[in-house]
Design a binder for this molecule. Structure first.
Ligand code: ARG
Length: 651
């Protein structure tokens, strides 16, 4: 049962009898209380209601207490201070809810009474390029949301919209045609394709940088001249606050452009000084254009390029699946961009016919009042775009799965794309569907800049997993979990991958976060490692208890919770459902990590300090405490599993 929800439901009729337009916001003011001295839950709606009803908040609070039926739930409901309503739950009710949770395989969490169909679009890497740290976020957040929504009783369809039709294939095809090392390809095709991609990409970037440097330098000179004029015209001592701000902004711009120039020059030099790459830059002066042509030929069904694509795709997918397997993540569907290619031309004609899209400067665009720039669905040269495929994808998803909601778990840098896409959809009559961009921020290095390797390239996802697991092995070794090496290895895999996932999920997804192995594997703090350790410790207590657990669980033993630390833990266990409802409301898995760490694990550790379990004063109390331990372990395990994180019995 979701206690908070139940209390709100009790208040609802009483509020509905009042002359209010919407009781929703007042119901939201019923919350768990922050301090046990003020009861378990608090209703803080009397103060704002007093403004509407022109009555004192104390009177309103007293009236609400008088008219809300709470006796079976609360042992105390009282007005405090300026009109707070403090609610204290009945301990016997808590005990019976805990008993239900013990016997339930879902800890007594009810399924939603309004099940929806969700399509979740997440992970979606561009294949045949190595996956990097940025892909962790979408993959891990999307997977957790899928698991939590499913657990709550929604129908969830996961669809990995991989980028399997983009310019990276032009690069690989170009590389294959010009730079292939046959023996290497035979030996390890994936590694060779990845090398080809990187080599071509570096050359393309090189030419791009060469073009950019003079432009950037020009911009730098302009900005510096602007600063000079500004300083001449406004004497330093007389500058107003806004002028000082303006100067600061200018200086920041100069600093950024300078950094860009330096970086571009550095990259250019690195390629030129490289004995293999250096000569290639002159031998392939038109590589940018040629790569685009290879992609265009693939899209135009050129036989050779299509054959190569068919040859590369299974390799790229196998590589991808290897990583998903390691992350223990799977999808219901993997319908990549290529799946929609046949549908793009008819879609664009249809949009034109219906007047939704129009030609502008030779391109086909969808205009909207909300955006200055239109969404282009077909370029001048006839090529379709990312947005075109996304439109076709929505059409397909609506037609095939009839979802109520589609969630896109994608980097916040694509916000404009999704805003334009969603606004375009309002013009179609494809049926009602709610589209949500579930944005997330950037993974930063300890220097506060986007996470890169020392040489400045992005960090491969696999090397991250390896390093996390390597360090986790040290943690496991220190704790001397198992003497057996292979057991230790699998423990390290669970701890390492868990740490990585949890570090990501415990952030408010919209913020950037700093990637740190030390922090994510800390044995104390808000980490998976800490929670896994808490779990393993409880399991070890239960083993030592030497008791028939299933008989005890099925017995009529009442968890009395006479000690306040027991009661606090009991309540924390029961609040699992509330944490899941919070995730459901705004698609932020960090509500669940917060609950597991701040409420459940902390209450447990307080309980464990205060209340001896195995050496409890009586055998009755011992049994009750063992049951509290059992429930805590079960909640930790279920909660972590909904985040895609495993536990170990020993660590
Ligand atoms: N492949 C894209 C990228 O790596 C992400 C795709 C997200 N999903 C979508 N339907 N647009 O940036």
């Amino acid at each position: 049962m979701n206690i908070l929800h139940a209390i709100r439901q009790r208040f609802r009729p009483a509020l509905e009898r009042l002359p209010l337009d919407d009781v929703g916001p007042f119901l939201e003011m019923i919350k768990p209380s922050q301090d046990p001295r003020f009861g378990d839950y608090q209703a803080n709606c009397a103060m704002p209601l007093s403004k509407v009803l022109k009555q004192s908040p104390q009177e309103i609070a007293a009236m609400l207490i008088g008219s809300v039926e709470l006796d079976d739930l609360c042992e105390k409901s009282e007005v405090a201070g300026p009109g707070f309503i403090n609610l204290t739950l009945r301990t016997d009710r808590l005990a019976s809810l805990l008993h239900e949770a013990l016997l339930s395989d879902r800890l007594g969490v009810e399924q939603t009474c309004r099940p929806l169909t969700f399509v979740i679009d997440y992970s979606a890497p561009n294949v045949a390029k190595p996956m990097h740290v940025g892909h962790i976020r979408s993959t891990v957040i999307g997977d957790a949301l899928a698991k939590i929504l499913r657990f709550l009783g929604h129908q969830v369809i996961t669809d990995n919209h991989i980028g399997d039709w983009g310019t990276q294939f032009g690069m690989i095809i170009y590389g294959y045609k010009h730079f292939l090392q046959k023996a290497a390809y035979q030996e390890n095709p994936v590694a060779e394709l990845s090398r080809l991609y990187q080599q071509v990409n570096r050359l393309v970037q090189h030419h791009r940088y060469l073009r950019q440097i003079p432009e950037l330098q020009k911009r730098q000179t302009e900005l510096e001249a602007e600063r000079e004029t500004f300083c001449k015209e406004t004497a330093e001592a007389e500058r107003s606050k806004s002028q000082r701000k303006q100067l600061k902004r200018l200086e920041n711009q100069i600093r950024d452009v300078r950094a860009e120039v330096e970086n571009a020059e550095l990259q250019v030099r690195a390629v030129q000084d490289d004995p293999t790459m250096g000569p290639l830059t002159a031998e392939h002066p038109h590589i940018e254009r040629d790569v685009l042509q290879e992609t265009a030929k693939l899209h135009a069904a050129d036989r050779k390029n299509r054959e190569l694509w068919d040859q590369f795709m299974p390799l790229a997918l196998a590589e991808l699946n290897r990583i998903y397997q390691r992350l223990d993540i799977s999808f219901d569907h993997t319908l990549g961009e290529s799946f929609y290619q046949e549908q793009l031309a008819p879609l664009v004609s249809d949009l034109k016919e219906r007047g939704i899209a129009e030609e502008s400067d030779g391109a086909v665009c969808i205009f909207s009042d909300d955006h200055d720039v239109p969404m282009i669905v077909q370029k001048k040269d006839g090529a379709f775009l990312y947005a075109t495929t996304d439109l076709a994808t929505i059409n397909y998803r609506i037609g095939t799965w009839h979802p109520d909601v589609i969630l896109y778990v994608v980097d916040h840098r694509q916000s404009l794309h999704f805003e334009q896409l969603f606004s375009a959809i309002t013009k179609m009559d494809w049926g009602p569907v709610k589209l949500c961009h579930i944005k997330f921020g950037t993974v930063l290095g300890e220097d506060g800049r986007p996470f890169k390797t020392r040489s400045g390239s992005t960090v491969g996802l696999e090397s991250l997993l390896d390093e996390a697991v390597r360090r986790a092995a040290l943690v496991a070794e220190e704790n001397n979990a198992e003497s057996d090496e292979s057991a230790n290895r699998s423990i390290a895999e669970v701890i390492g991958i868990g740490a990585l996932k949890y570090a990501d999920l415990s952030q408010n997804r919209e913020s950037d976060y700093v990637f740190s192995y030390d922090k994510m594997l800390a044995l104390n703090g808000n980490t998976a490692t800490y929670l896994q350790y808490a779990y393993a410790r409880i399991r070890s207590i239960l083993r030592k208890a030497d008791i028939d657990l299933s008989a005890l669980q099925n017995s009529q033993t009442v968890i009395g919770m006479e000690h306040s630390a027991e009661r606090q833990l009991g309540l924390a266990i029961l609040r699992f459902a509330e944490a899941l409802t919070l995730v459901e409301a705004d698609y932020r898995p960090n509500h669940l990590t917060h609950y597991l760490f701040e409420e459940l694990a902390k209450s447990f550790s307080h309980f464990f300090e205060q209340c001896p379990v195995l050496k409890a004063e009586t055998s009755d109390v011992r049994e009750q405490r063992i049951l509290l331990c059992t429930l805590t372990a079960k909640t930790l395990k279920t909660g972590l599993s909904l985040l895609g994180i495993d536990v170990v019995e020993k660590m």
